[in-house]
Design a protein around this ligand. Structure first.
Ligand SMILES: Nc1ncnc2c1ncn2[C@@H]1O[C@H](COP(=O)(O)OP(=O)(O)O)[C@@H](O)[C@H]1O
Ligand SMILES: [Mg+2]
Length: 366
């Protein structure tokens, strides 16, 4: 059992840098939690506090209900996997995996059983006699995983473990890490700056920026209902489009987005949340994949504009689109029969629009 709780946790480094600010977070037992955000936002700092590698400056860090602020790393029952693998170059794969157990003077048969068990799960049994220098990047990362697995920790910490691997391997290792989590039935805390990795792996994602949590939720939640423009922009490929304009509430309580000639009527549910925003300057957010080619009816609004660029990306197409002077980027089916310069109509589902306050960036429809 391993539940981890941050209560008003602060981290200030010795040089005064404030890396984590008022962190409140409960990581559930057996959960796969991903810390996501750009480089420097405080992900590793947060992970290192759980590991005990960095001290908590203020607030409380609890494992289950025990305060661990001052507990040394080796007493915490956590294992960590780093981006750099951190293997011992002169030891064999076997000894690299066994090292932690040997240090703890675990019985030899027990150590042997666990090492072989982990090696089998990771499909590196045939490599046990090699040295790290004789392995590929992916194989080295498996050894690092094996070393953490044999300790059977209550908490598995991973700091960008796949960043040094090439794209194809990264995707297959994602699936393996997910399987590993299911098999091990322990709490995983995983750090990455890669949105796709976070969306595939996580039960819940914590999005961070400049040491401050922006949003906590399931991948679906974070993607579909971003709390602010930072979260909305960090997830999505190509990124979400914004159009700056005003909210207009009419006499008969219709709520509209207006930018020059562009006018869109919000559906009832969205309109209700914007009823007292008349005159407010907002950013209308349209996710790249939330349009369809052609003029469809229903809950959609038709946007007619000009194709600026057509970029095939294999399975589908990135379409540069100019709408009343706004440069937008959409993702559409590859069979769209248009070239640069063509006029084209796209239908946007009004129920999928996002509306943010221009000044604060906060979602107005959350
Ligand atoms: N030992 C340290 N002393 C001072 N500042 C640090 C130290 N370690 C990290 N930082 C700073 O704290 C911020 C967060 O770092 P980190 O947690 O490593 O970010 P991330 O893992 O999200 O890229 C960065 O601005 C980094 O430069
Ligand atoms: Mg980091």
């Amino acid at each position: 059992m391993a539940r981890i709780r941050f209560e008003n946790v602060e981290k200030k480094y010795a040089n005064g840098f404030h890396a984590v600010k008022d962190l409140n977070l409960e990581i559930r037992d057996k959960e796969f939690l991903v810390l996501l955000g750009p480089s420097g936002c405080g992900k590793s700092t947060t992970l290192n506090m759980i590991a005990g590698l960095e001290e908590v400056s203020d607030g409380s860090l609890l494992f289950d209900d025990e305060l661990v602020n001052y507990m040394p790393p080796h007493k915490r029952d956590v294992a960590m996997v780093f981006q750099s693998y951190a293997l011992y170059p002169h030891k064999s794969v076997y000894d690299n995996i066994a090292f932690g157990l040997q240090m703890r003077r675990a019985p030899r048969e027990e150590t042997d059983r666990r090492v072989r068990d982990a090696a089998r799960k990771l499909e590196i049994e045939h490599l046990l006699d090699r040295r790290p220098s004789q392995l590929s990047g992916g194989q080295r990362q498996r050894v690092a995983l094996g070393r953490a697995m044999v300790r059977e920790p209550a908490v598995f910490l991973m700091d960008e473990p796949l960043s040094n691997l090439d794209a194809a391997l990264r995707i297959s290792m994602r699936a393996e890490i997910k399987e590993l989590h299911q098999e091990m039935q322990t709490t995983f805390v995983y750090v990455t700056h890669d949105q796709a990795e976070a969306l595939t792996l996580a039960d819940r994602i914590v999005v961070m920026r400049d040491g401050v949590v922006q949003q906590i939720g399931s991948p679906g939640d974070i993607y579909e209902r971003p709390r602010n423009t930072f979260v909305a922009s960090f997830l999505g490929n190509p990124p979400i489009n914004y159009i700056e304009g005003q909210i207009k509430v009419t006499d008969d309580q219709m709520v509209r987005f207006v930018q020059g000639e562009l006018e869109l009527n919000f559906p009832a549910e969205t309109a209700a949340k914007l009823a007292d925003c008349d005159g407010l300057t907002v950013l209308l957010g349209i996710r790249a994949e939330d349009v369809e080619e052609g003029s469809h009816g229903g809950a959609g609004a038709v946007l007619t504009g000009k194709v600026n660029s057509v970029l095939p990306v294999g399975s589908d197409l990135f379409l540069g689109f100019e709408l009343f002077g706004n440069e937008l980027f959409f993702r559409v089916g590859k069979d769209i029969g248009h070239a640069s310069g063509d006029e084209v109509s796209l239908t946007v589902d009004l129920n999928r629009l996002h509306v943010f306050d221009k000044d604060s960036g906060a979602s107005l429809i959350w």
